[in-house]
Design a binder for this molecule. Sequence first.
Ligand code: NAP
Length: 530
Amino acid sequence: MGKQDLDVVVIGAGFGGMYMLHRLRKMGLRARAYEVGDDVGGTWYWNRYPGARVDVESMQYSYQFDEELQQEWEWSEKYSPQPEILRYAQHVAERFDLRKDIQFNTRVTAAHFDDANEDWLITTDRGEQVRARHFVLAVGCLSSFNVPDIPGINDFAGDSYYTGKWPHKPVDFSGQRVAVIGTGSSAMQSSPEIAKQASALTVFQRTANFSIPAQNRPQDPDYVAYVKANYPELRAKAKTIYGGVVDEFGTAKALETPIEEIHKDLEARWQKGGLTFLGGFTDMLTDRQANEIAAEFAKNKIRSIVKDPKTAEMLCPKNIIGGKRLCVDTEYFAMYNHPHVNLLDVQETPIERITAKGIVRGGVEHEFDSIVYATGYDAITGSYLRIDIRGRNGVELKDHWDAGPRTYLGLMVSGFPNMFMVTGPGSPSVLTNMLPSIEISVEWITDAIADMRAEDKKLCQARPEAEAEWVAHVNEVASKSLRSTVKSWYIGANIPGKPSVFMPYLGGQPAYLAKCQEVVANGYEGFDLT
Ligand code: NAP
């Protein structure tokens, strides 16, 4: 058996890859991360579009693994803007001297398990090859940007922008006629900012989306002092909450509550802002009637904000609320009251093609100076499947996942020994506060590697039956939620030909964490350590 160049190769230097590298180095392992970008930050490195900001409050959307770090860092706003989150990632990289073990501007193109050598052979787009005992994918859930399949997309003579791959220099739209395609979170955050500069903004909407106002504001110093004085308790409490975010949640069912009280709760949550709009009652995402009450409330808000009734109706979603991920916006709906902002439906009258001058819809060519594609991601599995990953006996990951992702705990895949995933498919990931979920994954993986080394085990692999059971459980939990009934990126519906499977685990962070801990307590139940 040949020797390995490294103990661990990590792919990605976002929040997952950075923490992974930090833990591996503390364990004394030889580890290197490969990153496509020229710096750390992942999502927050790429998403530099105007208005980009987090929609989980920053005091909680941050690392907790180092008490000094969480005490020293100052977040300026309730929901901090992208440049500040990127600075935080850079600060972490400096504080823990991470960059020396990150190779930037490098894409890993292939990772093949070598059956004879029992290690991974990793190939990059620079033609390098390295061998490592372990291989960790910290590739992010929303990092493979979806370039829509619209005829003529390359013919446009003006400037094209993708929210998920925004230029590093600020873009000035002053005096321009701008098109935004898409009405998800990225479009809802960027459009109001673009509208402030553009002479005309046209938003192309395929599916109307629900959005709750952010009610963003500068940090309240008293709140910051309270959180910092109580960080360990608050972080521990967050681990007991479904989404991993401390907030106020109700325990009653909407269907057993008088309608006035439901409306009072929804109004209070609308005024407070943010993602926990549906958190007052336990049946909002399991009971259609309960959901309808909240949906109607949110639609009436749109009708009260948007002055033109026709535009307001177009903006009112037809779906259940919370089926697609809720958006959190600042002045998105109010933006349509400006005479230079226009909304076009492309559900009934789709975009036909892009031309040198603009966008053709319904036989009419609309001329633009710039087009912004806020068209989402090949979510959750996209970033795995664009790497040529092969496990035992040359089996390709894309074949193993041809009917949808199959994992054990979102951490490992049977037949792919020593390949670990940070917040992989089948883990709660995007349904929860990402930073704590990343920490749970990273800590589980690094502890497993430490246990393997302590017991002189070379390989860890998920048993096929454990994987099958977990996949069945993930599907069963999903089937009980209204969320699985909606065509969303959670089920791959935004990417033509993608298998329709609810990819994240809907059981919540506490249940997931308990399962991960139980598996370890039972001697890595469902895994073979050899
Ligand atoms: P998205 O939610 O998938 O939205 C993409 C939009 O583009 C949808 O409105 C989609 O319409 C539309 N679209 C796609 N292809 C199209 C086509 N060919 N023609 C017309 N319209 C097309 O993507 P996103 O806005 O980037 O958000 C993705 C996720 O990232 C969010 O749900 C959230 O989890 C995360 N995110 C978070 C933040 C934050 O924390 N603040 C900000 C941005 C994103 P359909 O709905 O009809 O498919």
